[in-house]
Write a protein that binds this ligand. Structure first.
Ligand code: NOJ
Length: 664
């Protein structure tokens, strides 16, 4: 308990005092959980002053049925802001509410790079780019941990399906793993100083994640230098000895493999006491470092974690995450004096404000889009509502209104993937019927990932509002009426058609004979579209505003660089329209062809607010490691000399500015 000692020394001293039973008890959860609420629990060791571990889900809210919490927009929505300071506030408020609820380990964030757009947990992640996800992960993890709880980065790794998640074997080559799927986890360790990782249900290259020596001991500990602890996903432990020897520190949620069977394996000498000590030490070091021994946590699961500022931030985050995808003839923002027909179930009594599974939450309220719009509309402006189940009534409402707003949604959840990217429940037909009857139609999507839009040419406006959280209706009304100028960008690509995706074959996803072949290798997301010269419906990085922007005057320095030297990028961005707004300037790196990389990859971005007519000069940094590839022959990253191209613009498909960098 001597605070003057380092966490490592304190953990060493403590492990020496622990009995075998106390150590074994530390490396697994208990069921049933003696304290109501938490989804995982490790009892305290009162004799030694070791506090209990109280684990709760939290992606967009404190989960597991907690009451008196705030529901924020889904992570994919927060990420669509492309604003790392917003992600930091998101993490701070989530972490604060968890701490208030007595949680000391927050299960989240989910930082996996989205490979498969149908993946049921796409909404829970940040998007399809490793660099982008890394920036978001670092911001959120640091912020959660600044409020008390230890963050738990999910789900380690190559977890890209729900349907067969307990058995699936992700067959992925080492270079693809290192370059695409591992970077957010590396950043979580090196920059985010995350305390724990959750090993995933799936296997990678034939070995379950939680007993995968290559992933747990090789990559996490040796390569990334991780010294926190790895816990299994709930039921993802499959063995005692293999897990104990290959990197799993803690079984969740119970003691199937890490209780009596682990004790027996130790007594028989099949697992050494030193190995058990290492697992216990990894947990204790993290707990000491996070201050769990030194801070008193007074909140309990019954505490009220809500604060008025959190309601306000939830709304702000939803507004900032709403992506304007189409705006023909400036139909948006809505003009005063416009009569409106709101149509669709998610526009009315059953808003689609959150995803399912461990993201499920009990929000204090959800403002429906109809209520939000009706409140915001002028008192003389008629606003009607029809849920769309009666097509004739919906078409009549649409016909009578100046503008029709159709709300369409998907119900995405952990535990199942979407069968395809089509809007379910005949919503495409509803949109088509309504659009045929309406004077002008706007579609608002409440989805967790991309959907197909066969009706795109029949509607004037499209807005992707994701799962916006409790302030749903207020946020969408603010964007539709222009109280907020949309400034969000897609963090993943929307395809034109079902087969126009990087993983069209069933061998790739959901797999054949329990194996998913990551045969598209580095070409996931926009990388695939660019490599195959296929124009998507809406590209990664795309999003409109009520004003217009122009980037100009790209300069990079030095033009000739040494290994690992950072490159400074200077670029001007101007607001060329008539409203104040914010733009995200994106910088991509194109490797020399010999490196075998996708055409260009995001390596820097910055969001900036501009008044009409204003120009700002931005300075961005491309890290030196952007000029390296993972060399499988030496199992290491290698700097690659050659001529690189730097692209700057406002989406992955709108990159008007180029410059060259010579790497020596
Ligand atoms: C399973 C999910 O995969 C994981 O993310 C979650 O934290 C646990 N269940 C606990 O609810």
């Amino acid at each position: 308990m001597n605070r003057a000692f380092s966490p490592e020394r304190r953990a060493d001293l403590l492990v020496k005092q622990m009995t075998l039973d106390e150590k074994v008890a530390m490396v697994h959860g208990v069921k049933p959980i003696p304290v109501k609420g938490y989804v995982g629990y490790v009892p305290p060791v009162e004799r030694l002053g070791i506090p209990a571990l109280t684990l709760a889900d939290g992606r967009a809210a404190v989960g597991n049925g907690a009451r008196d919490i705030t529901l924020f927009p889904a992570p994919i929505a927060a990420a669509s802001s492309w604003d790392v300071s917003l992600l930091a506030e998101y993490g701070r408020e989530l972490g604060q509410e968890q701490w208030q609820k007595g949680t000391n380990v927050e299960l989240g964030p989910t930082i996996d790079v989205v490979r498969v757009p149908e993946w049921g947990r796409t909404f829970e992640s940040y998007g399809e780019d490793p660099y982008f996800n890394s920036r978001m992960a670092v911001a959120e993890i640091e912020a959660i941990q600044s409020q008390g709880p230890i963050a738990d980065a999910n789900m380690y790794v190559a977890m890209q399906q729900e349907s067969n998640r307990f058995k699936e074997d992700s067959r992925v080559d080492e270079r693809t793993l290192e370059e695409i799927y591992l970077p957010p986890f590396a950043a979580a360790v090196r920059e985010g100083h995350v305390g724990t990782f959750m090993c995933a249900y799936v296997k990678t290259n034939g070995v379950y994640s939680c007993e995968n020596d290559f992933l747990e001991r090789g990559v996490l500990r040796q390569q990334f230098g991780f010294d926190g602890w790895v816990m299994s996903d709930w039921g993802a432990t499959h063995s005692t000895i293999d897990s104990a020897l290959h990197g799993l520190d803690q079984e969740m949620p119970d003691d199937k493999f890490y209780g009596a069977s682990l004790k027996a394996a130790i007594e028989k000498g099949e697992v050494s006491t030193a190995a058990l000590d290492d697992h216990v030490r990894n947990i204790l070091v993290t707990m000491f470092r996070q201050g769990l021994f030194d801070k008193k946590q007074t909140g309990t699961w019954a505490s009220n974690a809500r604060r008025p500022e959190h309601d306000a931030f939830s709304r702000y985050a939803a507004e900032q995450g709403t992506v304007l995808l189409k705006n023909d003839k400036g139909i948006l923002p809505l003009a005063p004096g416009t009569s409106i027909a709101v149509i669709g179930t998610s526009g009315g009594k059953t808003p689609k404000a959150l995803g399912g599974g461990s993201s499920n939450a009990n929000p204090p309220y959800i403002v429906s889009p109809f209520d939000g719009i009706a409140k915001r509309a002028g008192s003389a402006d008629k606003v009607t509502y029809a849920d769309g189940t009666d097509l004739i009534a919906a078409a009549r409402d649409a016909h009578n209104a100046d503008v029709t707003i159709v709300f369409a949604n998907t119900a995405e959840t952990e535990g199942s993937d979407r069968p395809d990217l089509t809007l379910p429940n005949n919503q495409d037909a509803l949109i088509a019927v309504v659009a045929a009857a309406a004077k002008k139609t706007i579609v608002v999507l409440n989805t967790g990932g991309p959907v197909l839009m066969p009706w795109i040419d029949k509607v004037a406006g499209i807005v992707e509002a994701w799962y916006p959280g409790q302030e749903d209706g207020n946020a969408i009304a603010a964007v539709l009426y222009g109280d907020v100028n949309p400034a969000a960008k897609l963090p993943l690509t929307f395809p034109h058609t079902a087969d126009q995706i990087p993983t069209p074959s069933k061998e790739q996803w959901p797999g054949v004979d329990g194996q998913s072949q990551y045969s598209e290798r580095l070409n996931i997301g926009y990388r695939w579209y660019d490599a195959n010269n296929v124009a998507p419906l809406f590209p990664f990085g795309f999003g409109l505003s009520y004003t217009t922007f122009k980037v100009s005057h790209l300069a990079v320095s030095p033009a000739t660089a040494d290994a690992a030297q950072a490159i400074t990028v200077i670029v001007d961005v101007s607001n060329t329209g008539s409203r104040k707004g914010a733009e995200v300037v994106q910088v991509y790196v194109g490797h020399p062809p010999a490196n075998g990389e996708p055409p260009h990859q995001l390596r820097a971005f910055a969001k900036v607010e501009l008044n009409p007519g204003e120009t700002k000069t931005l300075t961005l940094t491309i890290d030196g490691d952007s000029f390296s590839i993972y060399d499988e022959s030496i199992h290491r990253w290698a700097h690659m000399p050659g001529s690189y191209e730097i692209f700057a613009g406002t989406s992955s498909r709108d990159l008007p500015l180029h410059a060259a960098v010579q790497e020596q």
